[in-house]
Design a binder for this molecule. Sequence first.
Ligand code: ZN
Length: 80
Amino acid sequence: MRKRYRCEQCRTTSPPVLTRSALAIERHEHRRQFHGGHVPDGERVVEPGRSSFFALPREQQIVGTVMIVGLVVALLVRFT
Ligand SMILES: [Zn+2]
């Protein structure tokens, strides 16, 4: 999951957390410690962007494609 809690009022972002409960704890503790338990304006959850094959560097695209083609050819040779 690797989400982060972001408070725009304080201009801070939490370290990444792996579970919803850890994110809730992070949010709750921040609200309690810095905002007296109130909900700060502009708070949000930051999620990592989706990765795409086309976002990879050119070298990794080529190596990945070669590996997949090699695997498919090996499977075809083995089972035909
Ligand atoms: Zn804050």
